[in-house]
Design a protein around this ligand. Structure first.
Ligand SMILES: Nc1nc2c(c(=O)[nH]1)N[C@H]1C(S)=C(S)[C@@H](COP(=O)(O)O)O[C@H]1N2
Ligand SMILES: [Mo]
Length: 299
């Protein structure tokens, strides 16, 4: 099925030829890209360079495996990700336990090269593979009254050493408004550089919401619940003055303890550069979701 291609980063640099050819075939087959609009000129040359496999898999936040940036890579190897199933429940017509392979077999896997902006003011560019969350929600049959989607990470202290300490309120939980969850930019990532997602990046399946701070992109998901109220979120529970429900990337709203105006692009070693942070992480097409909302109160 031809899908709308929604990102502004060049593909040629990172995409293995077969995938690139496939994409071109898809584009040529019509409809997917009606205009150049999906490829705005704003992306700087620097923004076009995805981070390396090593950078993306050895500098992580995954507190279930420790709070240090290299802890996830060191400790996540012990996580068992097969078998894996995801409970989809709440306000859906087809609640149940869905095996990860069954989900995968029903989804269109695409590559999405997205910027990831952590609330700590560092960023990367990551070539994910995955599917649109909207397709998974559609599969479960959302009830019309559902307004939000809640997500939960695996709770398994035997394999996730951080869960033996009260660092956060475990299991890690996150949430989105329904329209955010259904937005075509919102994906469930299942791969990275055309390999299955490494454990430290949230295997076998993690959320990616590229216009929000990285902490919204919850890893190793075992439960998805449709509800009619705003779900609790882990970092908001931990520090409500510092981390809101919305967590949209916004250079004009500083974290109480640091500026969000610029970010450090990971990579390049000593010469790792600082670049200006963009509203919605540069994904302007989501602005309509927040029309009329005060983004300072709703941080
Ligand atoms: N379950 C869980 N998900 C999580 C986190 C976490 O600690 N636990 N950290 C978040 C934060 S703060 C960021 S920046 C991203 C980092 O994703 P990456 O390590 O794949 O770059 O994952 C997010 N998802
Ligand atoms: Mo983060």
């Amino acid at each position: 099925m031809a899908r709308r291609w929604t990102n502004d980063l060049s593909r040629r640099d990172v995409t293995p030829k077969p995938v690139f050819m496939n994409r071109r075939t898809l584009l040529a087959s019509g409809g997917a890209l009606a205009a150049g609009a999906a490829w705005p000129a704003q992306a700087s040359a620097e923004a076009l360079d995805p981070n390396t496999w090593d950078e993306i898999t050895s500098y992580n936040n995954f507190y279930e495996f420790g709070t240090g940036k290299t802890d996830p890579k060191e400790n996540a190897g012990q996580l068992t990700t097969t078998p894996w199933s995801v409970e989809i429940d709440g306000m859906v017509d087809k609640p149940g336990s869905y095996a990860f392979e069954d989900i995968l077999s029903q989804m269109d896997i695409e590559e999405r090269i997205y910027r990831l902006r952590c609330v700590e003011a560092w960023s990367m560019v990551i070539p994910w593979q995955g599917f649109e969350l909207a397709d998974l929600i559609a599969m479960a049959g959302p009830k019309p009254d559902a307004t939000h989607v809640a997500f939960q990470t695996l709770m398994r202290p035997e394999e996730m050493p951080g869960q033996n300490y009260p660092i956060l309120d475990w299991p890690y939980v996150e949430g989105l408004r329904m329209d955010e969850a259904m937005h075509p930019l919102t994906i469930m990532a299942t791969g990275l550089y055309d390999k299955p997602l490494p454990n430290q990046n949230g295997a076998p399946m993690r959320l990616v919401v590229p216009w929000k701070y990285g902490f919204k992109s919850i890893k190793s998901i075992v439960r998805i619940t449709l509800t009619d109220s705003q779900p609790p979120t882990t970092w908001n529970l931990s520090g409500p003055q510092e981390y809101g429900f919305y967590a949209n990337v916004n250079p004009n709203v500083d974290h109480p303890r640091w500026s969000q105006a610029t970010e450090r692009r990971i990579g390049g070693g000593l010469f790792s550069s600082r670049v200006d942070t963009q509203l919605f992480n540069g994904y302007d097409e989501v602005a309509a979701l927040y029309e009329g909302m005060d983004l300072e109160t709703n941080y």
